[in-house]
Design a protein around this ligand. Sequence first.
Ligand code: F6R
Length: 262
Amino acid sequence: MKVLIHNSAELAQQAVADILSNRIAASPASVLGLATGGTMEAVYDRLILALSESGVPVEEVKTFNLDEYWGLAPDHPATYRSYMNSRLFGRAGFPVGRTFLPASDAADPVAESAAYEAKIRDAGGIDLQLLGIGQNGHIGFNEPTSSLASRTRLKTLTESTRMANQQYFDGQEATPKYAITMGIGTILDARDCLLLATGSNKADAVRKMIEGPLGAHCPASALQLHPKATVVLDAAAATDLTLREYYQYVHPDGIDVQPSHG
Ligand code: F6R
């Protein structure tokens, strides 16, 4: 796992936005896996700027989001489809027909999940999967004890996840209880994984993900199995890492340099 620690949240967000925009510039027909949540808001603002400043075309990009609440009307303002349309797709000019999320109003979530997996396969798989992390170590909505081999399916959200997300709804009661999420196996199939965590409230989950034992108690620890996983952190999210000095020695200031002789 490559661990890149930046001095501030802003630098970490910019680093992730640059990785995404460089990837699209190098491969305009990239298949990107995307995430939502508070952490990604600034990343998408910066990505939109980076894409427009360097004139990177986005018409051929295909995107698959990690997850979507289940049981909401499609036009509900708190669906992840609404989030993505308003925060990224509309503003950056991504053709909406090439952007995919599970349907929030799917009548048959089992069929919807299988169809989502098939769509990802038909697109040739995900080149780069962007991820955030929950305070309980979830990635996507794979809550603790999710199978590390899981595929896209309906998951019941934990109370702690519902508490963290109730700010986007009219109180805890109105916060959805279910989501359709890519599984951990689905996420691990991506050719590259890129996780961003900022803030001290993520420090414990970040430590368990990077240095803890691999296990379903911390779903993000499954990234230890991925051959090309990069974790971008700000200093606050890196506070609890035992080997923090080592990561900073390997990649000073979070800069991803390759070693050279001499
Ligand atoms: C969202 C997602 C979640 C979030 C995580 C962190 O699509 O998959 O795993 O990345 O809940 O959310 P924030 O960034 O709001 O702390």
